[in-house]
Ligand binder design. Structure first.
Ligand SMILES: Nc1ncnc2c1ncn2[C@@H]1O[C@H](COP(=O)(O)OP(=O)(O)OP(=O)(O)O)[C@@H](O)[C@H]1O
Length: 258
């Protein structure tokens, strides 16, 4: 499927709605992600950002609407099913196993086996080569993940998704609870991946300056609906801030129900 700028959309979300009991988390959401693009998803707390990502990665089922991958409609039944379709998610809590080494985490559930035994030597060499290739600097791939910094853990989670040949990577607040240096490390990794053009990414970040730094386009989600979609080159931190503040003021003054 071709988007207005002539590129191919790897992901399209069409008319997705989702309710949790009486709460409408998403209403008639449309969104597209072009091949090799980095899309920033912003919005206030409770706007529906994580719910949208969780629907795309098969964690939640939508009440209505459809998802298309490379132009083909798919029903994403589970997180494992999403992975098999090339969609992977890096959450804040990462799903790494702290007690295991870096290289064991890199190959979790898909360890190379030789003569019925785990091939540790091969896993170590492959993990080292892949992390070096991605510019992720870890002192040793044998170190326990628990002993790494938040930024290093995040980088390993991203590297693992890329290694598993994901074509769509969803990053839910990858910079949350990170120091400035660690945050820069993750943003650099996103930039490197973007330069390779193999992975399309959707990223939730609360800091608008960081969104403008790494994303090609930004979508604003407000009360379950996309209200703004623009290339980052044609917006600013001020404009994004003003949009969110205006929405808040309208709600407070009773111009809009929340
Ligand atoms: N599993 C759930 N059960 C019930 N309500 C939920 C569930 N998940 C999300 N919600 C509700 O749906 C709405 C959207 O939540 P969501 O987590 O998607 O927002 P968000 O934009 O990611 O917020 P934040 O930036 O605070 O993480 C909120 O009102 C939230 O309380």
């Amino acid at each position: 499927m071709t988007s207005p700028n002539g590129s191919t959309d790897v992901l399209r979300v069409e008319h997705i709605s989702k309710r949790f009991g009486t709460v409408t988390a998403l209403r008639d959401v449309n969104l597209r992600l072009a091949k090799g693009e980095v899309l920033g998803l912003i919005g206030d707390n409770g706007a529906g950002k994580s719910t949208l990502m969780k629907i795309i990665c098969g964690f939640h089922q939508p009440d209505s609407g459809r998802i298309l991958i490379d132009g083909e409609e798919v029903s994403v039944k589970s997180v494992d099913h999403a992975r098999s379709l090339g969609i992977d998610t890096v959450y804040q809590d990462l799903a790494l196993i702290n007690e295991l080494s870096v290289y064991h985490n890199m190959f979790l559930n898909r360890e190379p086996v030789r003569f019925g035994l785990l091939n540790n030597r091969k896993m170590r060499a492959l993990a080292r080569a892949h992390l070096d290739d991605m510019g992720v600097h870890i002192p040793s791939v044998e170190v326990e993940v628990a002993k790494l910094s938040g930024g290093q853990r995040q980088a390993i989670a991203v590297a693992r998704s890329v290694y598993s040949r994901s074509k769509i990577l969803l990053l839910d607040e990858p910079l949350a609870a990170m120091g400035a240096k660690e945050g820069v490390q993750i943003l650099d990794l996103v930039r490197d991946l973007k330069a390779r053009g193999e992975v399309s990414m959707m990223i939730i970040v609360h800091n608008y300056a960081q969104i403008l730094e790494v994303c090609d386009r930004v979508n604003l989600l407000q009360h379950g609906s996309i209200t703004f979609d623009r290339p980052t080159a044609r917006t600013s931190v001020q404009e994004l801030t003003d949009l969110v503040v205006a929405e808040y003021r309208a709600a407070r003054n009773g111009l809009r129900s929340v």
